[in-house]
Design a protein around this ligand. Structure first.
Ligand SMILES: [Zn+2]
Length: 110
């Protein structure tokens, strides 16, 4: 009688452990999905752009393509916009149209 009671206790403990592992794993997956889908400054900073040479994706703030090692002008995140410096001055990226714009006013990054 006593032996049966102890083995039931072990069985209960194993059930509880399995339950905790399943619930813990589900919570971890939900947290990962929520964190990766939340827009924010930190995600903006790791946005991607196309390499002008090989068309592979690279970080917007990178100056060297990780795929083909071609150098290109890095973009700068400033006042909520991505900027790039060209021969005729600073341009910012209009995210809605995807086109580069000359600033009418305001401070480009220094
Ligand atoms: Zn490249």
């Amino acid at each position: 009688m006593n032996v049966v009671g102890v083995s039931h206790l072990w069985l209960l403990l194993i059930y509880v452990l399995i339950f905790v592992l399943i619930v813990g794993g589900a919570v971890a997956v939900v947290l990962l999905v929520v964190r990766s889908s939340r827009p924010g400054q930190s995600l903006k900073l790791v946005d991607r752009r196309e390499c002008p040479a090989c068309r592979e994706w690279m970080r917007r703030d990178a100056s060297l393509c990780p795929h083909c090692r071609t150098p290109s002008e890095p973009w700068t995140f400033h006042n909520g916009r991505w900027w790039v410096q060209r021969a005729d001055g600073w341009h910012y990226l209009d995210e809605r149209s995807g086109a580069w714009q000359r600033p009418e006013q305001g401070a480009p990054p220094r």
